[in-house]
Design a protein around this ligand. Structure first.
Ligand SMILES: Cc1cc2nc3c(=O)[nH]c(=O)nc-3n(C[C@H](O)[C@H](O)[C@H](O)COP(=O)(O)OP(=O)(O)OC[C@H]3O[C@@H](n4cnc5c(N)ncnc54)[C@H](O)[C@@H]3O)c2cc1C
Length: 482
């Protein structure tokens, strides 16, 4: 087992001493992401390009040190938390947009480019990058690829998988390769597709070729106000059954509305039971008719009010509240545990009732903000981790909700990934052969267990419980691998 000094020396050789961090105050930022998982790395390396990234990966492999890729650390499943400590490879220095080609409608970007920066750069060409996670001001394209990220506007246009053509990758074994390229539908196995959503377990994306799509000719944003989540849930299916796919269809319940309104004064009715935020885009003649249909469907299912955003400013405020709703919940509780289940739209009402029953039975408030059109739920279990036993009760409540999603014919994640926290649930959906095949794919990329360990698959030992690692790390000393 190498000492930390040896690890830091090897990293400094690969990326230069100024781009290696090892002091405790620097490492603190890298011990968590957006979840409740925590584990401190021994060191962080910040390579400037693919060659330096490959050199870091090879050095770690040679020394037998675990590696964890990291973008902006906004992940919500513990993916970039270094479960077995070791080295975090941050993409923070790879932030250039290398090319925007308005004719082929593609962009080539480095992995550390924040999602929103790409759309801003493409805007002068009348183009944008469609997947728009609510965290888009901070989260990176590399992290989006690893998590197959979605966002409010993915309902009509599809998630990251539908918008990435090619990826330059440093594999877990430290080799440089391209998966896919500038044009779609290359022959052979779709390893590009396999890499997207692999949660940083196959390698590190060092360049990404993405599709850009034309900015819509016009947009209408509506806010429908309901007394209950049930009415709003029923309306989601009704709107789609009426023969249209809105650009976005998001739901927020009362707790979220209150937090978002207190945080942003965006014009939400804080006493409503739920709201639906519906966006339509396209040619004005078409979306005017669609807006009338949406309005009628909402009113028919009990909406108290259906408001059309009167201009760009009101539209932006409505979206600001939605995109900031999760952080705004910090006003209601010091901690939240966010779930990410998917259910068939037809089961929305039933599963939302289960969420509310779980909340009552565990006596824990659960807020809901989600991509309703995709059936992608995000119950946020609110708690205070300083209360003894709170964390384990929250995890138990979360497990029950995830089970309800699976029992309703849904999935364990719509966009946040499986990461560290949901991997024990994988056998609910996949049999031994399925999981074994996924594990074999990891080895094809050279991952023998040390590349982003303890993520995605329920196999592998020695990961421990990250949430309980702080004590183990303190006991083992600063240089130990636990
Ligand atoms: C307030 C808030 C709202 C959010 N809303 C959404 C949403 O609407 N939709 C959505 O999909 N997600 C959402 N997320 C979750 C998160 O922002 C996404 O999962 C995002 O894709 C993570 O990007 P990141 O750069 O922060 O990655 P990180 O958190 O740093 O890492 C995530 C995973 O990607 C891996 N990784 C990072 N970079 C690379 C790379 N270059 N190559 C290979 N692997 C890599 C890491 O190892 C880890 O497994 C939200 C998060 C927050 C905090």
């Amino acid at each position: 087992m190498p000492t930390r000094r040896e690890v830091v020396a090897a990293l400094a050789e690969a990326v230069g001493p100024a781009n290696v961090m090892w002091r405790p105050e620097d490492l603190a930022v890298y011990e968590f992401d957006g979840t409740i998982e925590r584990s401190t790395p021994h060191a962080v390396a910040l390579p400037a390009n693919a060659a330096e990234t490959a050199a870091v990966v090879r050095a770690c492999n040679r020394l037998g040190v675990p590696v964890t890729p990291r973008g902006a650390g906004t992940g919500l499943s513990g993916g970039s938390v270094p479960a077995r400590r070791g080295v975090v490879i941050s993409t923070a220095r790879m932030r250039s947009i290398l090319e925007i080609d308005p004719v082929d409608r593609i962009a080539i970007v480095e992995p550390g480019v924040p999602n929103l920066d790409l759309s801003k750069a493409a805007a002068p060409y009348g183009l944008f990058y469609a997947p728009d996670p609510s965290s888009q001001q901070a989260c990176t394209i590399g992290g989006n690829v690893a998590e197959n990220a979605g966002g409010p506007h993915c309902l009509a246009l599809g998630v990251t998988q539908n918008h990435v053509l090619g990826i330059e990758v440093v594999t877990a074994s430290g080799e440089l390769t391209w998966l896919g390229g500038r044009v779609p539908d290359a022959l052979g196995f779709d390893l590009r597709g396999a890499f997207i959503g692999s949660e940083g377990t196959l390698g590190i994306a060092t360049k990404v070729i993405v599709r850009l799509v034309p900015s819509p000719a016009s947009v209408i944003t509506l806010l429908a106000v309901f007394d209950s989540v049930q009415q709003a849930s029923e309306t989601v299916s009704a709107i789609i059954s009426a023969g249209m796919i809105p650009a976005a269809m998001e739901m927020m319940d009362r707790l979220c509305l209150q937090a978002a309104e207190a945080g942003f004064q965006c014009g939400y009715p804080p006493d409503a039971g739920a709201v639906l935020l519906v966006e339509l885009d396209g040619l004005p003649d078409i979306i005017d008719g669609q807006a009338a249909t949406v309005r009628a469907e909402c009113l028919e299912r009990g909406a108290k009010e259906v408001r059309l955003a009167s201009g760009q400013r009101e539209r932006e405020m409505l979206w600001k509240g939605r995109k900031g709703a999760i952080p705004a919940l910090g006003r209601l509780a010091p901690n939240y545990y966010i779930l990410d289940g998917v259910v068939p739209r037809s089961k929305l009402v039933e599963v939302m009732e289960t969420v509310s029953t779980v909340s009552e039975r565990f006596d824990i408030p659960i807020a809901n903000v989600f991509h309703a059109g995709d059936g992608n739920l995000h119950p946020l279990v609110l708690f205070d981790e300083r209360t003894p036993g709170a964390k384990s009760r929250v995890l138990e409540a979360g497990g029950e909700i995830m089970r309800a999603c699976v029992d309703a014919g849904g999935a364990l994640s719509g966009e946040h990934g499986i990461g560290a926290e949901k991997r024990m649930f994988m056998p609910w959906l996949y049999n031994e052969t399925d999981i074994e095949n996924m594990a074999r794919l990891r080895t094809v990329f050279g991952n023998t267990g040390d590349f982003n360990p303890c993520k995605l698959l329920p196999t592998g030992t020695g990961c421990g419980e990250m949430a309980h690692q702080a004590a183990a790390i303190a006991a083992a000393g600063p240089d130990a691998y636990v």
